[in-house]
Structure formats: C-alpha cells, structure tokens
Design a protein. Sequence first.
Length: 113
Amino acid sequence: VQLQASGGGLVQPGGSLRLSCAASESIFNINAMGWYRQAPGKQRELVAIITRDGSTSYADSVKGRFTISRDNAKNTVILQMNNLKPDDTAVYYCNMQFPRSYWGQGTQVTVSS
C-alpha cells in the first residue's frame, strides 16, 4: 500500500490549510487513519485520528481548530486545519492501519508571518 500526502505549505498565523492523503488501495474496511506531526527537535505526535466507525480524536492543542475526515470514494483521509498557529509548524505524516501500518512521505506545514 502506498500513501501520497499533499497540501502542505507556508501560511500566515490564523490561516488555513487542507492536507490530503490518498491510499493506493480501498480504505472502506480500514481500521483507523490518522495524522501525526513532528517539529524540529521534538518527537512525532498524534494530531488526529478517525476510526472505522467514524469516531474521531484530537490532540488537545488542535481541538476546535482541526477536523479529520475521510472520503471512501477517493480512498483519502483529510485534515482541515484552521486558525493555524506558529506552534503548528511541523512535518505532517498520514498513517493508515489496514491493520498493517503504513506511512505517507510527510508534508511540510510552516506557519509564519
């Protein structure tokens, strides 16, 4: 299974970005999909996750600002990020558990004025 992430970039504080991660296989029966991030000098952390039944969970730091969703028809997991802050700057990675775990290549998100 290959995952292709896209949508990162440079945005000013308060702006928005939409990350997408497309899988090369159907995600219809997938166990869970998530987004993680890793800032320079820090460990990779979970940002958001969505399970097979559609339940979602978020890191406290992004609650109310980020939304994770899935598009089964496009085999895609999406992370809508609003009201971005400089602390959100990191490389963002998508993960899918089929149940075997697969990772996307990472996409850079930079929040700076």
